[in-house]
Design a protein around this ligand. Structure first.
Ligand SMILES: [Fe+2]
Length: 360
């Protein structure tokens, strides 16, 4: 930093000493000097200006050098303060150090000592300011990089969701009767998840898992999926493979375990007897238990090639009749009780979009 820009404030109620210091600095140190013998005026100057160094007498009327030092430490911590005193009391030295004085000069002092103290203080101030600039630059760079990272992350998340939707569309193209099923199951699952106070992270996992839950149907012949007559045992065995096929498809993509479990377990029954593994109760993941209810409700209320759809209230009754058997009792009961609240957004497209956009 260039010296001519530096500004020193000198405060001493002894006008003779004040003049002596001013003349001495002016002669040997190229900088701007402001002097005052009034400590209250010094306080006002400090409120309105930034000084590179402050020299203050300790014993002054109204405000002491210690009080000025405390004030400077608060508003301008990069400004070193040199205290001057006629006292030889060690207690004053201790307080000065404790308050963070840069240096202390005892009257009478040599002008060479004064110059050395000022030069050291100016160097310290320059270093502190450099450090401050460096810190601010660093903060700016970190902030900029963080924004870039967030933008990249957001783009990746959108690409990720677009890919998931493309996979769902590919799967639903195989079966005209289930078009829109994955989206409806997703919204219903998220509504249930919200009532269960799941975290945003869990809701996002639920969203992806629900969207992909039937992905494995892509590996089942459409003649089997859309068969009007009763399925043969071997055809039903084939259908029962779709959770495993779906899980195998997503395994290499590296989707979270929670998503994998939703796909694999969404046909498991709470009381056992589901497929593919016959898992029971808490051995089935919570998110899969949610999707099971949403999936069953939407399947029951949707028309299929081989059967008519149920009315919403009839499907709701089916769910309450099967809690503990097919469905998790707590989630099933919650679904039954909050039925209108849960299903209302399904008829409202903007509400669905709002719900999903909240999770991106
Ligand atoms: Fe399924």
């Amino acid at each position: 930093m260039e010296r001519w820009k530096q500004h020193i404030l000198v405060v001493d109620d002894d006008v003779a000493i004040l003049d002596c210091i001013r003349m001495s600095i002016k002669k040997d140190i190229p900088c701007q000097i402001t002097t005052t013998s009034d400590s209250l005026e010094a306080l006002e100057l400090l409120k309105n200006n930034v000084y590179n160094v402050v020299i203050a007498d300790i014993n002054m009327p109204n405000l002491s050098g210690f009080q000025l030092l405390e004030f400077i430490s608060t508003i301008s911590p990069n400004t070193p303060v040199i205290l001057i005193t006629g006292s030889t009391e060690p207690e004053k030295l201790r307080i000065a150090i404790q308050l963070g004085a840069h240096d202390i000069l005892r009257k009478p002092f040599e002008l060479s000592d004064l110059h050395m103290a000022i030069n050291n203080a100016l160097q310290k101030n320059a270093l502190l300011l450099q450090n401050e600039v460096y810190r601010l630059n660093l903060e700016h760079i970190v902030q900029q990089r963080t924004q870039e990272l967030y933008a990249a992350k957001s783009k990746l998340e959108k690409n990720y969701l677009n890919t998931i939707h493309a996979m769902v569309n590919a799967m639903e193209a195989n079966d005209i009767y289930i078009r829109g099923h994955s989206e409806r199951v997703t919204v219903l699952s998220i509504m249930i998840g919200k009532l269960l106070n799941l975290s945003a992270k869990e809701l996002n996992l639920l969203r992806v898992g629900a969207l992909l839950h039937d992905l494995g149907k892509i590996g089942i012949y459409d003649t089997v999926l859309n068969k009007k007559d009763n399925l043969t045992p071997s055809e039903f065995s084939l259908i029962k493979q779709h959770p495993v096929i779906g899980a195998q498809i997503v395994r290499p993509i590296g989707l979270p375990e929670a998503v994998y479990n939703i796909i694999l377990q969404h046909h498991e029954w709470f009381g056992g007897g589901g497929y593919p593994y016959g898992l029971t109760q808490e051995n089935i993941s919570l998110l899969a238990r949610i999707v099971t209810i949403a999936d069953s409700y939407d399947a029951m209320t949707s028309k299929r090639v081989y059967r008519h759809n149920l009315e919403p209230n009839a499907a709701r009754t089916e769910i309450i009749n099967n809690i503990g058997f097919q469905f998790d009792p707590d989630i099933g009961l919650l679904f039954f009780e909050k039925f209108c609240q849960i299903t209302e957004p399904l008829s409202d497209t903007p509400a669905i979009q709002n719900l999903l956009s909240e999770l991106i």
